[in-house]
Design a binder for this molecule. Structure first.
Ligand code: ADP
Ligand code: ASP
Ligand code: MG
Length: 510
């Protein structure tokens, strides 16, 4: 195996050659040795078709959650619990590596032990000082992707496929906003050309961990939960890839979350705009920031199922085909807080608006939805531990009331506002539910409303029944509902064309 940093010096970077395809594999696609074998077969299939894959992997399933639990336990001085979590994660990583590389485990086992020894030092440090900063949380949670990428790279090598582990922190340069760092795209492009392109030139498959980055001072940062999709898009954009593929555990973007509605259908194609709205408003299948870097370079994004690679998945491009159905998908976002801000009339109305939004700006807090009256504003935000500070600042200019555990339902479809009678159908489907706030996006492709968190499942199912009872087969795959069976034939991958920029939106399987 080539280590990324050293191979960077071997050859002059050159950007010509076969199309690059960035392939991101989520936690379930690398959760154990069997999943990693499937992942390797999929990547090999791309390479055998003459493409140049760059692989981005998440931490093994649930590892980030476990690391965060260990950090929290350490912060309250529960060292025993923190060490217990670390011990079981160490075993899991060692076990998976052993299943993958057998007797060649020494090198990777050494790396795994070194990483867990270091992690345990950090956890003990947190327990000793009794303080857990966002910077330390980033450092602790980075171990998931650091380890998974290293194990996957070794597994490629063991299967006789030339690979190169690249520490993503050398390429994904961000600002210092820990917990949700902002990538510095120009620097990232330059670093990718320095560390990743030369590996492609020597026919090695670069393997990077998603989610993690580093600030200019070298301190580890993260891109926010689910951020490996974002890493893939940044890498795709920085390397001018022909396609970005998000390999996950469902057949593509579905008409709604299949965990809520098992009869959700695969959407064959979506526009960048539609996919961005869905991701922003809760469709966990894509990190909300994934689409923008792809849009800027017009790189198609595919969402595909690593458990069922024969499936065509969902293709996301600048233009999606017309549909006779008003809606393409329904997303739901939970854990939101509504803040009602009633002016104390100390400020003129326009100044009141500005002063209120300055507070959200100060806390870098994104507002999901807004509604206003002459003297009041209601906004919804993601649940945040900054809430007390936000309330205190707003209370300087207004009377503030909050409602927690709210949820937002978002309906997305092309020209949604042009469909006559749509609102009537929506409101009749959710007539039993109390709606807190309602909004239609200015771009004409979404309609959303806030409800109580406990009403989400019922509302989504009812809306899905209303709008997808008679779906347009040109847009929705009627044969493909819910989670796909994992028993797909893997020996003969016949998968969607990643470089199909020139193909019609659902040429799909070549
Ligand atoms: P990964 O670990 O591969 O990144 P995620 O768990 O982040 O996977 O995202 C995949 C999950 O997203 C699916 O299992 C599904 O439950 C959920 N999901 C939510 N909304 C949608 C949707 N509209 N289409 C497909 N999956 C969705
Ligand atoms: N491992 C990170 C998380 O669980 C990032 C990712 O999986 O995309 O949030
Ligand atoms: Mg994800």
């Amino acid at each position: 195996m080539v280590e990324g940093s050293s191979a960077g010096d071997q050859r002059k970077p050159k950007s010509s050659g076969a199309p690059i395809v960035v392939m991101k594999f989520g936690g379930t696609s690398v959760q154990d040795a069997a999943a990693i074998h499937r992942t390797i077969s999929i990547v090999k299939g791309r390479r055998d078709r003459g493409l140049r894959p760059v692989v981005v992997v998440s931490a093994m399933a649930k590892v980030t959650d476990q690391l965060l639990l260990a950090a929290e336990a350490a912060a309250v001085n529960d060292t025993q619990q923190a060490m217990e979590i670390s011990r079981s994660l160490r075993e899991r990583h060692l076990g998976t590596a052993a299943d993958l590389v057998g007797r060649n485990i020494q090198a990777v086992a050494k790396v795994i032990h070194e990483n867990f020894d270091k992690l345990e030092d950090i956890l003990r440090g947190v327990a000793a000082v009794g303080e857990l900063t966002k910077r330390t949380i980033d450092l602790i949670s980075s171990y998931g992707e650091r380890l998974s990428s290293r194990i996957v790279a070794d597994a490629f090598e063991h299967r006789g496929i030339r690979s190169a582990h690249v520490d993503a922190r050398t390429c994904i340069i961000t600002n210092s906003h820990h917990g949700r760092a902002v990538p510095q795209t120009e620097l990232i492009g330059a670093r990718l050309h320095e560390h990743v392109l030369p590996l492609l030139e020597v026919s090695a498959i670069p393997i990077l961990g998603g989610f993690i980055g580093s600030a200019a001072n070298g301190i580890t940062t993260t891109l926010g939960r689910g951020g490996s999709d974002f890493t893939a898009a940044l890498v795709g954009s920085g390397l001018n890839a022909g396609a970005i593929e998000i390999w996950t555990d469902v057949n593509g973007i579905m008409t709604t979350d299949p965990r809520i509605c098992p009869d959700a259908l695969r959407v064959r194609a979506l526009s960048f705009e539609e996919a961005a709205e869905l991701a922003y408003f809760g469709a966990k299948v894509l990190h909300p920031s994934t689409i923008l870097p792809a849009v800027k370079k017009d790189i198609p994004v595919w969402v595909l199922n690593s458990h069922n690679p024969l499936n065509e998945g969902t293709k996301i491009t600048a233009f999606a085909p017309r549909s006779s159905s008003p809606l393409k998908s329904i997303s739901a976002k939970k854990h939101l807080t509504i803040i009602h801000i009633v002016s104390s009339r100390m400020l003129m109305s326009h100044k009141f608006l500005r002063a209120s939004f300055e507070v959200f700006d100060r806390y870098a807090c994104a507002v999901n939805m807004v509604s206003t009256s002459e003297v009041s504003i209601s906004v919804s935000i993601d649940a945040t531990d900054e809430l007390p500070g936000i309330i205190a600042d707003l209370s300087q200019i207004a009377t503030v009331r909050t409602e927690e555990r709210k949820a937002l339902i978002c309906l997305v479809g092309e020209n949604i506002q042009g469909h006559k009678g749509l609102s009537e159908r929506v409101f009749s489907a959710v007539r039993e539910i109390n709606l807190d706030m309602i909004s239609q996006g200015a771009n004409g492709i979404n309609m959303s409303f806030m409800i109580d968190g406990t009403a989400v499942e019922g509302a989504v199912r009812s809306l899905h029944r209303e709008f997808f009872a008679d779906p347009d087969p040109a847009i929705f795959d009627l044969a493909n509902t819910g989670k796909a069976v994992a028993s797909a034939v893997l020996s003969k991958p016949r998968i969607a064309d990643p470089s199909g920029v020139a193909k019609p939106a659902f040429a799909g399987v070549p």
